[in-house]
Write a protein that binds this ligand. Structure first.
Ligand code: ZN
Length: 69
Protein backbone atom coordinates (compact mmCIF):
# COMPACT_ATOMS: atom_id res chain seq x y z
CA UNK A 1 0.00 0.00 0.00
CA UNK A 2 2.81 2.33 0.78
CA UNK A 3 3.93 4.56 -2.05
CA UNK A 4 1.54 3.25 -4.64
CA UNK A 5 -0.48 6.42 -4.69
CA UNK A 6 2.66 8.45 -5.14
CA UNK A 7 3.64 6.48 -8.22
CA UNK A 8 2.30 7.97 -11.40
CA UNK A 9 0.75 5.82 -14.02
CA UNK A 10 0.72 6.13 -17.77
CA UNK A 11 -2.57 7.74 -18.72
CA UNK A 12 -2.93 5.38 -21.65
CA UNK A 13 -1.80 1.91 -20.62
CA UNK A 14 -1.61 2.35 -16.84
CA UNK A 15 2.00 1.29 -16.58
CA UNK A 16 3.76 2.65 -13.54
CA UNK A 17 6.14 5.49 -14.23
CA UNK A 18 8.44 7.19 -11.78
CA UNK A 19 8.98 10.43 -13.61
CA UNK A 20 6.89 13.56 -13.90
CA UNK A 21 5.72 12.50 -17.31
CA UNK A 22 2.14 11.43 -17.80
CA UNK A 23 2.97 8.63 -20.21
CA UNK A 24 5.44 5.75 -20.23
CA UNK A 25 6.36 6.39 -23.84
CA UNK A 26 5.78 8.71 -26.75
CA UNK A 27 3.71 5.98 -28.41
CA UNK A 28 1.25 5.95 -25.52
CA UNK A 29 1.11 9.72 -25.58
CA UNK A 30 0.22 9.71 -29.26
CA UNK A 31 -2.42 7.01 -28.84
CA UNK A 32 -3.92 8.81 -25.89
CA UNK A 33 -3.94 12.01 -27.90
CA UNK A 34 -5.74 10.33 -30.79
CA UNK A 35 -8.33 8.73 -28.53
CA UNK A 36 -9.03 11.98 -26.75
CA UNK A 37 -9.17 13.91 -29.99
CA UNK A 38 -12.00 11.71 -31.23
CA UNK A 39 -14.01 12.29 -28.09
CA UNK A 40 -13.27 15.91 -27.34
CA UNK A 41 -11.96 18.24 -30.04
CA UNK A 42 -11.07 20.84 -27.44
CA UNK A 43 -8.70 18.44 -25.76
CA UNK A 44 -6.08 19.17 -28.41
CA UNK A 45 -5.12 22.34 -26.58
CA UNK A 46 -4.66 20.33 -23.43
CA UNK A 47 -2.64 17.70 -25.27
CA UNK A 48 -0.56 20.41 -26.90
CA UNK A 49 0.38 21.57 -23.42
CA UNK A 50 1.32 18.03 -22.42
CA UNK A 51 3.37 17.61 -25.57
CA UNK A 52 5.15 20.87 -24.91
CA UNK A 53 5.95 19.85 -21.35
CA UNK A 54 7.04 16.44 -22.53
CA UNK A 55 9.44 17.91 -25.09
CA UNK A 56 10.86 20.30 -22.52
CA UNK A 57 11.39 17.40 -20.14
CA UNK A 58 13.25 15.48 -22.81
CA UNK A 59 15.29 18.52 -23.71
CA UNK A 60 16.22 19.10 -20.09
CA UNK A 61 17.25 15.49 -19.71
CA UNK A 62 19.39 15.64 -22.83
CA UNK A 63 21.04 18.89 -21.88
CA UNK A 64 21.70 17.57 -18.39
CA UNK A 65 23.44 14.52 -19.81
CA UNK A 66 25.42 16.71 -22.13
CA UNK A 67 26.33 18.99 -19.27
CA UNK A 68 27.99 16.18 -17.37
CA UNK A 69 29.32 14.46 -20.48
ZN1 ZN B 1 1.94 3.63 -21.52
Amino acid sequence: MDGQKKKKRCLYCGKKIGSRMKFCSAACMEKYEEAEKKDQPKIKYFVAGILFGFLITLKNQNSREGYYG
